[in-house]
Design a protein around this ligand. Structure first.
Ligand code: PMP
Ligand code: GLN
Length: 395
């Protein structure tokens, strides 16, 4: 009797045996390296997040919003005041008028904005072009939607887009392309000419553009951020995604937005309402109040450029070879003068033996391409960067 019961239980378990939807996916490299850094008390320049506080004004504004009773569900697409602030910013900076009512949606960070966009537009067997190296959520997101990821490499060494390769990757099944400037992990920034080249390629097609612009306010050396919203032929087909987490030093708040023409936003919201439905109410009120002053985001490039320059000047005294950094809060370095470890081995060794955590670039390639380049995040206090530099310069 008992044996029969056990046998039946196994039968049921094997009947329910889960078939993974993401069989090749493990835990993201960012969680892995942060855990390793904590375990070994290493300076964490791996996962991208600031180690300094956001403005107290912003924290007070959240408390104030809670006190005022903004604690229940907000409207599905986000509170109107925040959508209006986003629309005003997009108009002021990039010259495009988005309707706060029908073209801007507030999301649980850029991660959810991207997943929801992909789920809304990608059908079974549709192809989506990504430019590798790229942020690690894109591929699994496409897979979850039933799509096929078509990987086009950015030019090795410079990480600039290769428009011939992009053109050649387009087929009748191409549904979307994802771009990201300023770029994680390489720190390259697309020029107006790059955006125009993409615009020309996409013009005769019905391909949707997903433009991941989470580092839009971190562009250095007087360059301008070339948002897809600046270019008519791109904006008409684009979901423009950004993240308040990056802009206001609050990555843990997980709030972002997506701007897209009404027809696209309509489809986006169909999925969004059954995905998260709505996003944290008091934080939205606080962001709306804080965003009325453009100074914090307008001064962000200068703020991070100083950190970049400080970190680069320090690294110039080391055996790491610096790659260019035009935007974002990431600095890539070549490690080949130090040893011949693979990127993953190097990062593990650097964390456990040297006491500085970094991210291997291979983590941004599905097939794990190794070029002896690793990524540091310099969104850190000066003393944190100093501590890391002392260790890095000893190598
Ligand atoms: N895209 C890129 C390129 C990123 O670097 C990040 C930050 N991790 C995201 C999207 C996700 O942003 P969020 O934290 O707002 O979800
Ligand atoms: N965007 C950040 C990075 O690239 C971290 C995001 C995450 O932890 N998923 O490091």
């Amino acid at each position: 009797m008992k044996t029969q019961f056990i046998r039946d239980s196994f039968a049921i378990m094997s009947k329910l045996a889960l078939q993974s939807k993401l069989p090749t996916v493990g835990t993201t490299i960012f969680s892995v390296m942060s855990a390793l850094a904590a375990e070994h008390d290493a300076v964490n320049l791996g996962q991208g997040f600031p180690d300094f506080e956001c403005s107290p004004k912003l924290v007070n504004a959240v408390t104030e919003a809670m006190r005022q009773g903004h604690n229940q569900y907000p409207p599905m697409a986000g509170i109107p005041a925040l959508r209006e602030q986003v629309a005003a910013k997009l108009l002021a900076l990039y010259g495009r008028q988005y309707s706060a009512t029908s073209e801007i949606s507030i999301t649980a960070g850029a991660t959810q904005a991207i997943l929801t966009t992909i789920l809304a537009v990608v059908h079974n067997a549709d192809e989506v072009i990504v430019l590798e190296p790229c942020y690690d959520s894109y591929g699994p997101n496409i897979e979850l939607a039933g799509g096929a990821t078509v990987r086009v490499p950015l030019t090795p060494g410079t990480f600039r887009p290769d428009f011939q390769k992009i053109s050649a990757a387009i087929t009748a099944k191409t549904r979307a392309i994802i771009i990201n400037s300023p770029h994680n992990p390489s720190g390259t920034v697309w020029t107006a000419e790059d955006m125009q080249a993409l615009e020309k390629i996409l013009l005769p097609t019905s391909i949707i553009l997903i433009s991941d612009e989470v580092y839009e306010h971190m562009v250095f050396d007087q360059q301008l951020h070339q948002s897809a919203s600046r270019f008519a032929g791109l904006a008409e087909r684009a979901f423009v995604v950004s993240s308040f987490g990056k802009t206001y030093h609050v990555t843990g708040w997980k709030v972002g937005y997506v701007a897209a023409p009404a027809e696209l936003t309509h489809e986006f919201r169909k999925v969004h309402q059954f995905n998260v439905f709505t996003v944290n109410t008091p934080v939205q009120h606080a962001l709306a109040a804080y965003m009325a002053d453009p100074q914090p985001y307008l001064s962000l490039s200068d703020f991070y450029q100083q950190k970049r320059d400080f970190f680069r000047a320090g690294l110039a005294q080391s055996r790491f070879k610096l790659l260019p950094c035009e935007g974002s809060y990431f600095q890539c370095v070549d490690t080949s003068a130090i040893n011949d470890f693979s990127e993953a081995e190097f990062c593990r060794w650097l964390t456990t033996e040297v006491g500085v955590a970094a991210i291997p670039l291979s983590a941004f390639y599905t097939a794990g391409f190794d070029q002896q380049v690793i990524r540091f995040c310099f969104a850190k206090k000066t003393e944190t960067l100093e501590k890391a530099l002392i260790r890095l310069c000893q190598l």
